[in-house]
Design a protein around this ligand. Structure first.
Ligand code: AKG
Ligand code: FE2
Length: 150
């Protein structure tokens, strides 16, 4: 929280991008060196997922009023066969999934401190996801890892 230079171009939340350049939510993030701490996580994720992410985008949610609306992540820019990995730090928040074909189908999962969630391309095709508001939540940072196709 204190060592990252947060990007405030987005209204809803602060972000920061490291590694390969990446166009996300209509904002272009330039290539930036991957800090050693995040690079070590990329190496561990390679062991878990079978590919090494080259970009990490951080989202900072100062409190439970900060949220992310339903969307699916763009998969076109990702390396073939790879998805998005999310490591959560801080206050537990739920991620909500809504099925694209049946909007009544909704599943919520808690994302505790230190947890890893992996979303395959198929998840993005079939579901939208969101971080709903939560009046009880404190601050949280999500580290979202991708392998951007160069
Ligand atoms: O903060 C989260 O866990 C969700 C992040 C997310 O969906 C995204 O960055 O596209
Ligand atoms: Fe997302």
């Amino acid at each position: 929280m204190s060592t990252v230079t947060w990007d405030e171009r987005m209204k809803a939340r602060k972000t920061a991008s490291f590694g390969a350049s990446y166009d996300y939510s209509q904002i272009a993030y330039e290539e930036a060196p991957m800090p050693a701490l995040l690079d070590a996580l990329c190496a561990r994720l390679e062991g878990e997922l079978g590919f090494r992410p080259n970009n990490c985008l951080l989202n900072y949610y100062p409190d439970g009023k900060s949220s992310m609306g339903f969307h699916s992540d763009d998969t076109d820019g990702l390396s073939d066969g790879t998805g998005v990995a999310i490591i959560s730090l801080g206050s537990v928040r739920a991620i909500a999934y809504r099925n694209k074909l049946d909007a009544a189908l909704r599943v919520d999962y808690p994302l505790p401190n230190g947890s890893l969630l992996y979303m395959s391309g198929q998840v993005q095709q079939e579901w939208v996801h969101a971080i709903p508001k939560d009046p009880h939540a404190g601050e949280r940072i999500s580290l979202t890892f991708r392998s951007i196709r160069r």
